[in-house]
Design a protein around this ligand. Structure first.
Ligand code: GLA
Length: 330
């Protein structure tokens, strides 16, 4: 009898000890989430969903904005010094790839990228680093299709329309997105000579506005325009540029990618602007799921898949609420 009691007590202790060590371990997990443009609504949303994962699993999330390479390198050291075990990053410059990998290793940090995939000296993706990004070409095609559909609805003839390709060609996903859009425009009768490159210095609205203004001023004879780029900010910048040179909303069709506040606020305006639609992508998957992936890697030694590609859905002024709801974003 005594023996049995002892054994029972001992096993009860063992169970408590296991439970305690598991929860103590969750509390010990610290994950970094570093983004290139912390003020952009897309990245705010990624952080919001990463916070949700942290709350659910009980790990600590360390959020850092790193707008350039120098800030990113010191952010990684900072994470190491804080006892973080791994981090998710959207880098300000994909060409820093090998440097980021080395810096992470030196700090003993697991590394996963989101949105922008690291490249090596040869320009090829670093396939060993787990990555979650959007299906860039497909989503670009959806942008092109939305533009073509709107042109048809307005009865436009492709020959009299100019296209602004707001570009950021140092970023492969940006190239894939705009080239996806262009392939659909061309299939629908757009001449290559009517498509104008507007290189932006940064990936925000102001830089896109400046780049698009140059194109519009160079072609005052063209009265109808379409515009697209890497994200909502690119398309919005082009729309703001068209407004500033006096092109009416009825002569402008801009379609973005993202679907965060930048786009939604535009849809909420009382009068429609030239910003016609946005292909909504999922900040929930990019923020919540990458954080969970990193958590699983640290806590359970389960390495994330090397490449995860996410999809998008077109939303316009009249249906964005429904599309957001269907995507679990409301
Ligand atoms: C890039 C862009 C962001 C957003 C993400 C989505 O990082 O700069 O605006 O579109 O891709 O993956």
């Amino acid at each position: 009898m005594r023996f049995l009691k002892k054994a029972l007590v001992a096993s009860a202790f063992a169970v408590t000890a296991i439970v305690m060590s598991a929860s103590a371990y969750a509390a010990d997990v610290k994950i970094g989430f570093v983004v290139k443009q912390p003020e952009e609504p897309w990245f705010q949303d990624e952080w919001k969903f990463a916070d949700q994962a942290a709350k659910e699993k009980g790990f600590t999330l360390v959020k850092i904005g790193a707008e350039d390479g120098e800030k990113l390198m010191s952010a990684i050291d900072n994470l190491g010094a804080q006892g973080v075990q791994g981090f998710v990053v959207c880098t300000p410059d994909v060409k820093l790839g090998p440097g980021i990998v080395a810096k992470a290793a030196a700090n003993n940090l697991k590394l996963m990228t989101v949105d922008d995939r690291l490249v090596g000296a040869d320009g090829k993706p670093l396939e060993d680093v787990p990555h979650m990004g959007i299906s860039a070409t497909k989503i670009g095609e959806a942008v092109g299709q939305a533009i073509v559909d709107e042109m048809k609805a307005r009865g436009w003839n492709a020959d009299e329309v100019g296209a602004i390709r707001v570009s950021y060609d140092q970023l492969p996903t940006a190239v894939d997105r705009v080239e996806g859009a262009i392939s659909v425009l061309k299939k629908n009768g757009f001449k290559a000579s009517n498509i104008f490159d507007a290189p932006q210095a940064k990936t925000d609205t102001e830089a896109a506005l400046n780049a698009a203004t140059v194109v519009l001023n160079a072609h005052p004879n063209i009265k109808k325009w379409v515009a697209f780029g890497l994200n909502d900010e690119a398309a919005l910048g082009a729309v703001r540029a068209s407004e500033s040179v006096g092109i009416p909303a009825t002569n402008m069709i801009g379609v973005g990618i993202g679907g965060a506040d930048s786009a939604i606020n535009e849809f909420k305006k009382p009068q429609p602007t030239g910003f016609v639609g946005s292909v909504i992508i999922s900040p929930k998957r990019h923020g919540y799921e990458t954080s969970l992936n990193m958590y699983g890697w640290i806590a359970d030694n389960k390495e994330p898949e090397k490449l995860i590609l996410t999809s998008g859905s077109l939303a316009k002024r009249d249906d964005y609420q429904k599309v957001r709801k269907d995507l679990g974003l409301e």
